[in-house]
Design a protein around this ligand. Structure first.
Ligand code: HEM
Length: 143
């Protein structure tokens, strides 16, 4: 499997800005995902994702300088992400990847990373209430 940290050197910054622009163009019209994004203007979110991906795929660490450690699972806890949101997110990312002309091994490595990362960020179980009662905290019987 191709080492993801070699990908930025091949593609350059511009590809990641193009990728995230295409991705957020899709998100901006998505009725499931758009309400999750707190800011009216998605440019800030686009730029944060671009800088993060540039860093992840082996480029400059500007994301870390601006935002610190990514802690992506923690940062996504504020947003309800179930299987439907993950699949919608991945659908926009795959469509955005289609706009880049990627070598097959690069595409495969990027697909694999996004699938794993998106599944890791799922924080809501299907069919469960949004907030479960805290484990171990029981309410006394009413009788
Ligand atoms: C699974 C579906 C996902 C949903 C619904 C989702 C949603 C969001 C939302 C609502 C934000 C806040 C936007 C903002 O920064 O203003 C955000 C931030 C972010 N997301 Fe996601 N996301 C998902 C998956 C991913 C994945 C797979 C990655 C990485 C590969 C990622 C990387 C980021 C980054 C880097 C930020 C900015 C973090 C920061 O510095 O504050 N997200 N995401």
């Amino acid at each position: 499997m191709k080492d993801p940290r070699t990908i930025h050197a091949q593609l350059g910054d511009e590809a990641f800005h193009k990728l995230t622009a295409a991705f957020y163009a899709g998100v901006s019209n998505d009725r499931l995902l758009r309400p999750l994004y707190p800011e009216e203007d998605l440019e800030g979110a686009r730029r944060r994702l671009a800088l993060f991906l540039i860093q992840y795929f082996g480029g400059p660490m500007t994301y870390a300088q601006e935002r610190g450690h990514p802690r992506l699972r923690m940062r996504h806890m504020a947003f309800g992400i179930g299987a439907a949101q993950r699949d919608a997110w991945l659908g926009h990312m795959r469509a955005a990847l289609d706009t880049l002309e990627l070598a097959p091994d690069t595409r495969e490595a990027m697909d694999r990373y996004f699938e794993d990362a998106a599944s890791f960020l799922v924080n809501q179980q299907e069919g469960q209430p949004e907030r479960l009662p805290l484990r171990g905290v029981s309410t006394p019987p009413t009788r």
